[in-house]
Every structure is written in structure tokens, then in C-alpha cells.
Design a protein around this ligand. Structure first.
Ligand code: LMR
Length: 427
């Protein structure tokens, strides 16, 4: 029963037609079940609610400085000041986004001497960061390769990959990737699994700094993967969310993408500027597809636009303007590359610090070499879900349940405490 004051307020509201209708409105979602929290962003929500001063957030992959604070790059601040001083308008972007950004983005990924780039045969659209690029590309695959297309994904992969593909109407199949015994790549399992997959599948690859494991193939192993892919006529879908952030060198981090592209394999690419420019909330990235010639590129671009228009019409302008300046302005670009290297180096330093505390201060009997062997933002620690729960409940240290830590959450102030907590739950 509604109490009288609610009834009165409701009878005055614009929705009140009669009490029967009103009651039906109130219960319209009665059967909607409560959804589980997101495996990554849900941990951040739990962390925020924790009031313990020792708490540490190693869950989401977002860079922090050595004081544990979010870091806005100076090149980004400078680009913003220039853009602000130009008093630009706020007109809609085109459906495919800000073209100077799009062109700069593919040049950054494929390299300025890339043949498909020089031959003007890469279809590209601005996207809502890496996730938006994945989603638009997945819709494209569903539409033009068909809903029965198999998308081969590494096991494990970034949790959201599976949701993006499934929500786009595509099925995924795992290929072996991580070897728990060696904490490294299971290259034999990888090659065996993709060899068995249907010809013409989509092979989803993390271009560098694999998320969540931090384990990448060597150049020789990339070559082996490419041989199988070529033989099986796979479409190679590269997710490159960490270019320059993994090693500090954007060319080195683009090795796999450029190897496959330069050898003429079919390529779809999703790019993100969340990590390498620290533009997380600006949601800026790009989706691109390498085509046979310019005529094909124009057709493919037209279809990307047809997918984007009913989804969100056109992308936001702010992040695209910033990223374009940083990519195209020689001074800002120089500054960016220095800052990028600085972020990569800080993460590498934290890997050494954490391992050093575990091994030398706490005399952990476990082998923690993988902390320094793995690369990029994440380390796949090998800590199991029960230990993850203990870390959260007893030590206020937050990581995802698969044992992944964002090394960017470690700093010189909390590294010892984190190492001690890891030691306590693993001894
Ligand atoms: C992560 O893996 O933590 C990041 O890519 C952020 C996200 O959206 O999951």
C-alpha cells in the first residue's frame, strides 16, 4: 500500500493518469535481477568504500605517480592550453570523428613508412577509447563475416573482451596462452589450438603488454603465430591499448602489428590513448581496417559510419583534439615520448622494488621472478582467489580475483606493505 503523502505527491505528478496505471509503472522492473559487480571496475568501487589508511588499489589499470595520485601528462596540459586559447567551436564531429586525429593515429600505429598507409588503404574511425573500437569492429565482423564467425581469444584475456564479442552476437573460443608452471607463454599450446580452429576465423591478439598476464610472445614466436595465421586465412584483430607504455618505445611496442601488416595479412586494429596519454576519461581511441586499395577502403569506411551512427551518432571532440596535438605537434610529441618513457620506467622500477621486498626483506620461499619478467602495466602474480579475498579483507589490498595486479598502483610508500601482505597470504 502506498502511504497517503506518496499517493498525494504522485497524483500531482505528470505520470499520474489513474492509480492503477501508477502502480503498474512502479512495478515495471520488478523482474529485473541484480547484476554482479564488474570484475575490474567493481573492485575499484569496493576500494573506494574502504576507509583503512593502509589500503592499496592494484585493480584497475590506470597509471599513478609515486604518491599514488592520478597523473596528467604535461604534454596533455600544454595541448589543452593551446586548444583553449584557440576558442574553437563545439560543432558536431563527423560520424568517423576528427580526421586529422584519425590519420595521426594510424601513422602512430602502423608507422610512417607503412605501405597500406602510404597507399591510402586503411579505413579508420575515431572511437570511444579501446572498448569502443573493439565494439565497432565486433559489429563490423558480425555484419560482414557473419554471426557464426569464431573469434579466437587468449586464455586468459581482458575480461571485457568476451562481453564485447558476445554482446555483438559473436562466439569466442579460447586458445591456450599462459603457462601456470612457468608463468610465461604456452607457445606450443597456443600454436596447437589456433591450428585446430576453423579456417577464416578471427584471431584476437594483444599487440603488446598482454592484459592480464604481462606475457608477450618474442619476435620469433610472433613469426610462428603469423605463419599459422597466414596458412589458416585468419583475420588478425590486434588490440593495442599500450603502445609505448610497455617498453617506453612506441616502435618496439608496435612490432607485432607491423610484422603482420607488412607481410600482407588481413588486419583489424583497436587503439586506445587511455594509458599512453593518460586520457582515461576522455575516451579516445581509433578503429582501423587495412584494405586492398582505396576504393575498398572507402566502402569499408562507409560501413563503419553506418555502424557508428545509430550507436552514438558521432564521437566527442575533446580527447581527439588533445591526442591530435600531441601526435602532430613536434614539440608536444617530443615531450610526450619522454613522459611515456618515464611512465614505463616507473612501472619497471616498481616491479623490482616489490620483488626485492618479497625476496630479501620477507624471505619469501616462492619464485617471484615473473614480477620482473612480465611487462607492461600488469603482473599476473599467481595469487589465488582465496588469497585475493584475504588480501582485501585482512590487509586492504585490492586486486582482481584472477591474481592480476596493476603495478602502477605500487609506489615507494606502499611497496613494502604490499610485499608483506603478499608474503603473509602466500607463506
Ligand atoms: C583494466 O584492464 O584494468 C583497464 O583496461 C580498465 C578497464 O576498463 O578494465
Amino acid at each position: 500500500m502506498l502511504n497517503n503523502s506518496i499517493k498525494k505527491a504522485f497524483s500531482l505528478s505528470k505520470y499520474a493518469v489513474n492509480s492503477k496505471y501508477s502502480l503498474r509503472c512502479i512495478s515495471a522492473w520488478a523482474n529485473v535481477p541484480m547484476g554482479p559487480p564488474d570484475p575490474i571496475l567493481g573492485v575499484v568501487e569496493a576500494f573506494k568504500k574502504d576507509s583503512d589508511p593502509k589500503k592499496a588499489n592494484l585493480s584497475v589499470g590506470a597509471f599513478r605517480d609515486d604518491k599514488g595520485k592520478p597523473y596528467v601528462l604535461s604534454c596533455v596540459r600544454k595541448a589543452e592550453e593551446i586548444i583553449l586559447s584557440e576558442r574553437l567551436d563545439k560543432e558536431y564531429s563527423t560520424i568517423a570523428g576528427f580526421e586529422p586525429f584519425n590519420q595521426a593515429s594510424i601513422k602512430f600505429a602502423y608507422g610512417e613508412n607503412s605501405k597500406p598507409l602510404l597507399e591510402n588503404r586503411i579505413a579508420v574511425a575515431q572511437s570511444l577509447s579501446g572498448t569502443g573500437a573493439l565494439r565497432v569492429a565486433a559489429a563490423y565482423i558480425e555484419r560482414f563475416m557473419g554471426p557464426s564467425t569464431t573469434v579466437l581469444v587468449p586464455k586468459p584475456t581482458w575480461g571485457n573482451h568476451i562481453s564485447v564479442f558476445n554482446d555483438s552476437g559473436l562466439k569466442t573460443t579460447d586458445y591456450r596462452y599462459f603457462n601456470k608452471q612457468t608463468n610465461g607463454l604456452d607457445i606450443d599450446g597456443f600454436l596447437e589450438d589456433i591450428e585446430k580452429a576453423p579456417n577464416g576465423s578471427v584471431l584476437m591478439l594483444h599487440g603488446c603488454a598482454h592484459n592480464p598476464t604481462g606475457v608477450d610472445p618474442t619476435p620469433e614466436q610472433w613469426n610462428q603465430i603469423m605463419q599459422v595465421s597466414q596458412r589458416k586465412n585468419f583475420v588478425n584483430f590486434f588490440d593495442v591499448a599500450y603502445q609505448g607504455f610497455a617498453s617506453g618505445d612506441p616502435h618496439k611496442d608496435a612490432y607485432s602489428l607491423r610484422l603482420f601488416t607488412d607481410n600482407g595479412l588481413p588486419i583489424i586494429l583497436s587503439q586506445s590513448y587511455a594509458k599512453n596519454m593518460g586520457l582515461y576519461g576522455e575516451r579516445i581511441g581509433a578503429v582501423s581496417i587495412v584494405c586492398k586499395d582505396t576504393e575498398e577502403k572507402n566502402r569499408v569506411t562507409s560501413q563503419l559510419k553506418i555502424i557508428i551512427r545509430p550507436l552514438y551518432s558521432s564521437p566527442p571532440i575533446s580527447g581527439a583534439r588533445i591526442a591530435e596535438r600531441v601526435l602532430n605537434d613536434p614539440e608536444l610529441n617530443k615531450l610526450w615520448l619522454v613522459e611515456l618513457k618515464g611512465m614505463a620506467d616507473r612501472i619497471i622500477d616498481m616491479r623490482h622494488l616489490l620483488k626485492n621486498y618479497l625476496v630479501n626483506d620477507f624471505n619469501s620461499k616462492h619464485n617471484w621472478d615473473h614480477i620482473t619478467n612480465q611487462i607492461g602495466m600488469f603482473c599476473f602474480t599467481g595469487i589465488n582467489p582465496d588469497q585475493v579475498a584475504r588480501l582485501k579483507n585482512e590487509f586492504h589490498v585490492y586486486l582482481t580475483s584472477n591474481g592480476r595486479i596493476s603495478v602502477a598502483g605500487v609506489n615507494s610508500g606502499n611497496a613494502r606493505y604490499i610485499a608483506e601482505s603478499f608474503h603473509n597470504v602466500t607463506k
